[in-house]
Design a binder for this molecule. Structure first.
Ligand code: FRU
Length: 609
């Protein structure tokens, strides 16, 4: 038995938990049952990982990881009660040569210790030098960013520097449901191939680490060094306050600023998003004043001291949910010199099809105040960036090259994100998108989001190219590979509706309908495959078609558990998850009545190179 440190004995005695139950010794793991809901797991030896058994739908156990008698961290893990769904690794490499004890408080009410001993977890802890992260789950995307394991929500803190895109994300390293919020980290040279790195910012003194943003401090305004990466994130515990962390190794590791928090408010506020305002020579930060349904704007000379300047949003736009994850950036309109500002304002719930969605406003920002454009009736219109159910928390990269505004969203919805039928990981990010502004036929300016140019390199040689198809009431049907991009141009001619159906041999299908008169494209996933894990999942979503004439050029991206539909220029984006029991292997095209012409129908298999 490992020699207990004085500190640990003190903890055990003061807690009155010392137990006479003999420890179970098994290959370097010893279990001491202390009481009905308290157990110690003691680890010896030099293994790299302690693998902890998880039951996905169980309650969280609170685990204090005690190293040489001191609490190193506290984590929450759904330790298995009746069955082990998967294991999560606790990295022991930093604890070599030290005594490691897990002081575990399980939440189940037990009447006897004997009952507690029967929990499946105790005999299933194991030690290992490796942890298998092989991408083999059926619904694990083949070409979208996912965490290697564990739960992910918002992409955040993203920046570009020295040829690399850095993507941080809300991560639970200890399970596939939301918990233990940590900044996970991946980087890429091409926005498609992602390299996974150790956690960048872990829960610390002020709480867990919610969403935020990063900037490259080119002029060393903050004093952490020229070109330091400075990140602001929300520290979330009993309150939400804004904290600073900085990195001098291009975002691989961060130091937590001792002067935290840098912004405090008396009500819930989160997801600080910063940029350098060259015109006014200072930083601007947008903060979601979540429950007040507004965004707050702050300025700072040095990223440490922030002054509240103004707010936007009270009573404006969709107000049915909390306002979260803002972003504010300028873009040129219609490729001209005219500039407008875009304020992204993710809201949850209250999206057009229930749950989470990305609302935005177009307007002007003078360095202090955001003023939204109105429509011809003088109202500020509510606009949506994507008309699927699975596009949320979308924000852009700081410092993207060539004046690009590149964004990534979380491809899920808080209504059911924790219930989707995956296990070792949960949630992927959307394809990267490049934003631009265009004037639609209604005279309003809208945000276009088209697949980033890098997405094209996923294409293999086209397996089908048809220059013209005459589509009528009898469906024309073609086989498609499981991972593919389908491009087509619809000229509706006399047809009132054009239907595009993806299907498999199990009778599962996704139906997309272009309603020419209504100028909408709908997406019906009610029979798309597995849909019964949540009553909010089966749904029909619909996007306005904002093209100048009634022709519609589409790009459809199919991955293992998602379909993203774009108008070629990004004037329409619709992102939806699907869980077909076998991949869709056919596309059928038909019209309600009358003939339509489908031009340049092309099918590209997609693969990571
Ligand atoms: C949005 C959000 C953010 C918060 C984060 C916590 O999805 O609720 O507002 O920072 O998730 O994980």
């Amino acid at each position: 038995m490992t020699k207990l440190t004085a500190g640990l004995i003190a903890i055990m005695i003061t807690g009155g938990m010392l137990s006479a139950t003999p420890a179970q010794a098994d290959n370097g793991i010893e279990v001491d049952y202390l009481g009905t809901n308290n157990t110690l797991v003691r680890v010896t030896g030099d293994s790299r990982y302690l693998l902890m058994p998880v039951q996905d739908n169980n309650d969280d156990a609170r685990i204090n990881v005690i190293v040489d008698g001191k609490i190193d961290k506290t984590i929450f893990v759904k330790l298995a009660k009746s069955k082990v769904d998967y294991k999560v690794p606790l990295d022991l490499s930093g604890y070599k040569g030290h005594d490691v004890v897990l002081n575990i408080i399980t939440s189940q009410n037990r009447s006897t210790v004997r009952e507690a001993k029967e929990d499946a977890c105790w005999k299933n802890f194991s030690l290992s030098d490796s942890f298998d992260t092989t991408n083999r789950e059926k619904y694990r995307p083949a070409y979208h960013h996912t965490p290697l394991y564990g739960w992910m929500n918002d992409p955040n803190g993203m920046f570009y520097k020295d040829g690399e895109w850095h993507l941080y994300y809300q991560w639970n390293p200890y399970g596939s449901k939301w918990q233990n919020m940590t900044w996970g980290h991946s980087s890429s040279k091409d926005l498609i191939n992602w390299e996974h790195h150790p956690a960048a910012i872990e829960p610390n003194g002020l709480g867990s680490v919610f969403s935020g943003s990063s900037v490259v401090d080119k002029e060393n305004t903050a004093g952490f060094g020229k070109d330091a990466i400075v990140s602001l994130y929300t520290s979330a515990d009993a309150s939400q306050v804004q904290s600073l962390a900085h990195s001098s190794d291009n975002g691989m590791t961060f130091d937590i600023y001792p002067g935290n928090p840098v912004i405090t408010l008396e009500s819930e506020a989160r997801d600080p998003n910063m940029f350098w305002d060259a015109a006014n020579n200072r930083w601007v930060l947008t903060l979601a004043h979540a429950l007040d349904h507004e965004m707050l704007f702050f300025t700072s000379p040095d990223l440490r001291e922030w002054t509240l300047q103004s707010s936007f949003g009270k009573g404006i736009g969709a107000q049915d949910g909390v306002w979260e994850c803002p972003d504010l950036f300028p873009l040129k309109v219609d490729g001209s010199d005219k500039e407008k500002w875009v304020l992204l304002c993710n809201i949850n719930p209250g999206g057009p099809f229930g749950g989470s969605a990305t609302q935005y406003f177009i307007g002007d920002f003078d360095g202090t105040t955001f003023k939204a454009d109105t429509d011809t009736q003088g109202n500020i219109p509510t606009k949506w960036m994507d008309f699927g159910k699975d596009h949320y928390a979308t924000v852009s990269f700081s410092d993207a090259p060539d004046g690009r505004r590149t964004l990534i969203g979380w491809m899920s919805n808080w209504q059911y994100a924790g219930e989707v039928p995956t296990l070792q990981f949960r949630s992927a990010n959307t394809l990267p998108r490049d934003a631009s502004l265009f004037t639609a036929p209604d005279g309003q300016i809208y945000l276009a989001s088209a697949p980033s140019p890098e997405v094209d390199m996923l294409r293999d040689k086209a397996v089908r190219k048809v220059s013209s198809i005459s589509a009528g009431a009898t469906a024309r049907s073609y086989s498609i590979p499981p991972l593919c991009e389908i491009d087509l141009e619809i000229n509706p001619r006399k047809a009132a509706t054009v239907d595009i159906t993806l299907s498999n041999g199990n009778g599962e299908k996704v139906g997309m309908t272009y309603d020419v008169k209504a100028a909408t494209l709908s997406f019906d996933r009610r029979q798309s495959g597995i849909t019964d894990f949540s009553q909010d999942f089966p749904a029909v979503t619909a996007a306005p078609v904002l093209t100048a004439d009634n022709r519609l050029s589409l790009r459809i991206f199919i991955d293992r558990s998602s379909v993203e539909v774009f108008e070629k220029e990004g004037r329409l984006a619709m992102t939806n998850l699907v869980f077909p029991t076998s991949p869709y292997d056919r596309i059928s095209i038909s019209t309600g009545k009358g003939k339509a012409e489908i031009k340049n129908f092309t099918v590209y298999p997609l693969s990571i190179k």
